[in-house]
Design a protein around this ligand. Structure first.
Ligand code: NAD
Length: 306
């Protein structure tokens, strides 16, 4: 049944679809009946230059196999133009895959404002602009699916990628908030942290490892999350690639509860440091409400020992 997932009549916008993961998504959706907007600025992986060729090649490929696709060459920072392409060509938008991305890897010591700003612009502002333009359509039709792209670099940190890591983790907070705002309008929003062979990874991983990391192995999860048969999975973070798919979540240690008064000193915290680090009885917070319960408990405690 899952093999039959189709998207007939739906419009899927894939940003950065001229190569790598985006191309794999676009060709898949095109082969499953969707109208596809193939967006790509066509620059280098460092964000230099632009060209219409990357998007055109993918559009031609989809059309050659009987699919429906149009190209869009705008930067994701002009997300409204990309969504406008979908509306003009197909009259609607159902799925937004925020995938476009670039790298400006450099040690933090040597990082310039330009390295930081460009990464923030493409990943953070780009995802915002595309989702912001799609949102009124999703709300009006009470249907929408958003897939955002984080990265292990954002979730765990990565040497030489402070800018990229910050931008990629932002996708988690952004998308979880969209999930909360969108749920009652049937707008489901999830984040993936993929790993796949692409021009982004070809210089940092050996060829035999890359061989097992085809972008095609990321596509099925994206299809599941983007499909109308997904009616409840939202606000999730999924690690995916090379045949591995797993959900990630926040884990809170047992923690230390302290009375919040003048006895809450550094030494009071140090006295309870084991608890701060104790993951033997974890909890799995999903929002600030869990935290508020803890605060109420803290206020019932006597003052902390000196
Ligand atoms: P890629 O370089 O092959 O694809 C990215 C595409 O985005 C390119 O075609 C590029 O032209 C396009 N693009 C860049 N800036 C753009 C802009 N401003 N507007 C429109 N298009 C733009 O790399 P990929 O590996 O396929 O990466 C896809 C996404 O997955 C990125 O967001 C990347 O950060 C993320 N990611 C990839 C991996 C991996 O292992 N490949 C790991 C973690 C996250």
């Amino acid at each position: 049944m899952g093999d039959q997932l189709r998207f007939d009549g739906q419009t899927v916008v894939v940003t950065g679809a001229g190569g790598g993961l985006g191309k794999a998504y676009a060709t898949f959706f095109g082969s499953r009946g969707a109208n596809v907007v193939v967006n790509d600025l066509g620059g280098s992986f460092k964000g230099e230059g632009k060209s219409s060729k990357a998007a055109d090649v993918v559009v031609d490929e989809i059309k050659a196999t009987g699919g429906k696709a149009v190209a869009n060459y705008d930067s994701v920072t002009d997300g409204d133009k990309i969504i406008q392409t979908a509306i003009q060509a197909f009259g609607r938008i159902d799925v937004l895959i925020n995938n476009a991305g670039i790298l400006r890897d450099i040690s933090f010591k040597n990082m310039k404002d330009g390295d930081w700003d460009l990464i923030m612009d493409v990943h953070v502002r780009g995802a915002y602009k595309c989702a912001r333009a799609a949102w009124p359509h999703f709300r009006k039709q009470k249907y929408g699916r958003v897939i955002s792209t984080a990265s292990a670099a954002g979730l765990f940190g990565s040497f030489g990628q402070c800018n990229y890591s910050a931008a990629k983790l932002s996708q988690v907070g952004f998308t979880e908030s969209l999930a909360k705002e969108g749920f009652k309008y049937n707008i489901l929003c999830n984040t993936i942290a993929p790993i796949a062979a692409s021009r982004m990874t070809q210089t940092v991983m050996p060829p035999d490892v890359l061989e097992n990391l085809k972008p095609d192995w990321v596509v099925p999860l994206v299809a599941v999350l983007a499909h109308s048969s997904n009616t409840s999975e939202t606000g999730g973070i999924f690690e995916v690639g090379g045949g591995h798919v797993a959900k990630l979540r926040w884990e809170r240690a047992k923690g230390a509860l302290l009375r919040a008064d003048s006895s809450l000193t550094p030494s009071a915290i140090l006295a309870k440091w084991d608890g701060v680090n104790d993951f033997s009885e974890p909890s799995y917070p999903t929002g600030p409400a869990n935290f508020m319960e803890l605060l109420e408990d803290a206020q019932k405690l006597p003052s902390n020992p000196a």
